[in-house]
Design a protein around this ligand. Structure first.
Ligand SMILES: [Zn+2]
Length: 109
């Protein structure tokens, strides 16, 4: 494609343009997450196991520790990927056997 542009002084400057192929951008995204207990896969998220449009099924089990200073911080985070079924049928009963008492809160918006 050729375009002519008239500059302030009346001179004509020719700019030649061409089509170029810009390489596709690649980003890392979650392919799937497997439940650490039963192997069930979740295709979209580490914590959101919802299957329907209006479903809410989120499980997050993690421990984070280290040091946090005003200007920096470091540490380590440990996560388990547990599906809602295993959370209810395996983890909760085991925690109850250990003497843990769950905290339940209602939520709405
Ligand atoms: Zn599971």
């Amino acid at each position: 494609m050729v375009a002519l542009y008239r500059l302030n002084m009346g001179a004509v400057k020719m700019i030649r343009k061409k089509m170029v192929t810009i390489p596709e951008e690649q980003r890392e995204r979650i392919d799937f997450v497997k439940c650490d207990l039963c192997g069930k896969t979740n295709p979209s998220s580490e914590t959101d196991w919802s299957t329907g449009s209006f479903d809410v099924k989120e499980v997050e089990i993690r421990m984070k520790f280290g040091h946090m200073y005003p200007e920096c911080g470091n540490g380590e985070e440990t996560r388990y990927h547990i599906c809602p079924d295993c959370f209810q049928t395996k983890l909760m009963p085991w925690l109850k056997e250990q003497g843990a008492i769950e905290t339940k809160t209602d939520w709405d918006f």
